[in-house]
Design a protein around this ligand. Structure first.
Ligand code: KDG
Ligand code: MG
Length: 402
């Protein structure tokens, strides 16, 4: 089965998504997510100019060989743009192979290891009161695990807190907006949130929290220790992890489970973290970590070191990524949890899918392939709109991590 055409489709049904469609001479096609939030068109150019022309005429069944061709063959290995482009092609090729086999993708990945994929939703509020109400709403919807974020007194905006409670959208402006950050205000406030949540809801619901790369290792150790009585499922992205060894300090000071990985794009971003047992959950995703092929290798490596999966699933990862992720989540042995931020109705119209939510779990469905398609006519109604993530500054005006 030969690759005859590769299309990149850009659409903005409430937010931007880039999708790759790989077509073959046997009429089967596959699709892959290529969305890199805030840098979408860089991936489009990479795919159109530097990937698509090279693959025409290749055997669509040679997934591993094409992966290596795109990874080794470009000489400039890794990086978010390259790995997102590779991921999109890889996901589309797995979709084609599973359709050709007339099987849901999880069957080709080893079959089911579980009957459902436990997910966590995002509860957030401008203050602790509102966050408590939002957690209650997610519990009513059947969620077994809930991420809780709250506004911090003295900061006009805080990561993870949005007006729209079901569809969090941080890419909020056509030029980057500027937020204000204060580590001391945050560190003082956040244990109060979890104290209140555990007093209100007890310990049966799983609670998670995302620090979003804002602490130093020793600060993260202090926050982790302060949160130990509240038994978090995980503390996410406590410290930026360009320096993987920095997590040794965090680990030495707290037993709160640690998760990281949404900005990682290959095993080389987390090899030390996994090998040294510095984390509990690896949160890399299909779209940003080289597709189904490479993410499966990361997860299998993690399994040898007692590290579980916890894939990123925010709104900027398209339903195509979510569909593929759910097949992987279903198949691997060391699944932990899957983030599930719902997409808007418009997005769901553009991407019809077989996956569905029931009682705290997502299910990938049983249609051949990964179960997600794109309606190109509807997609064409929503042209690209430039949108950036915010930047963060401290009170003195200096730049900080967002
Ligand atoms: O594009 C960036 C978002 O995906 C990210 O800010 C969301 O941290 C995030 C999460 O855990 O969902
Ligand atoms: Mg996060």
């Amino acid at each position: 089965m030969k690759i005859t055409r590769i299309k990149t489709i850009v659409t903005c049904p409430d937010r931007n998504f880039v999708t790759v469609k790989v077509e073959t001479d046997e009429g089967l096609y596959g699709i892959g997510d290529a969305t890199l939030n805030g840098r979408e068109l860089a991936v489009v150019a990479y795919l159109d100019e530097h990937v698509a022309p090279c693959l025409i005429g290749m055997d669509a069944g040679r997934i591993e060989d094409i992966w290596q061709y795109l990874y080794r063959g470009c000489y400039w290995r890794r990086g978010a743009v390259t790995m997102t482009a590779i991921a999109a092609i890889d996901t589309a090729l797995w979709d084609i192979k599973a359709k050709a086999a007339n099987m849901p993708l999880y069957q080709l990945l080893g079959g089911k290891s579980r009957d459902g994929v436990m997910v966590y939703g995002h509860a957030n509020g401008v203050d602790i009161e509102e966050t408590v109400d939002e957690v209650a709403k997610y519990m009513d919807l059947g969620y077994l695990a809930i991420r809780a974020q709250t506004g911090i007194p003295g900061l006009p905006t805080t990561y993870g807190v949005s007006e729209d409670k079901m569809y969090y959208e941080p890419a909020d402006a056509s030029l980057p907006s500027t937020a204000l950050w204060s580590t001391s205000k945050y560190m003082h406030h956040i244990p109060q949130l979890f104290d209140r949540l555990r007093n209100t809801f007890g310990f049966d619901v799983h609670l998670l929290h995302d620090v979003h790369h804002r602490l130093t290792p020793i600060e993260a150790g202090r926050v982790g220790k302060a949160l130990e009585p509240y038994d978090l499922f995980w503390l996410e992205d406590a410290v930026p992890a360009e320096n993987q060894a920095a997590f040794r300090t965090v680990r030495q000071h707290t037993t709160t489970p640690l998760a990281i990985g949404e900005v990682f794009n290959s095993i080389w971003d987390c090899k030390e973290l996994i090998e040294e047992g510095l984390i509990d959950y690896i949160r890399a995703t299909v779209v940003h970590a080289g597709g189904v092929s490479h993410l499966k290798k990361i997860f299998d490596f993690a399994a040898m070191h007692h590290v579980r999966s916890g894939s990123h699933g925010a709104t900027d990862l398209s339903p195509v990524c979510m569909g593929a992720a759910l097949h992987l989540d279903t198949a691997i042995y060391n699944f932990g949890i899957q983030e599930y931020m719902r997409h808007t109705e418009k997005t769901d119209d553009v991407f019809p899918h077989s996956y569905y939510f029931s009682k705290g779990y997502l299910h990938p469905g049983d249609v051949p392939g990964h179960g997600v398609d794109i309606d190109e006519d509807i997609a064409a109604k929503y042209p690209y709109q430039r949108a950036f993530l915010p930047v963060n500054r401290l009170a003195d005006g200096s730049m900080f991590n967002w």
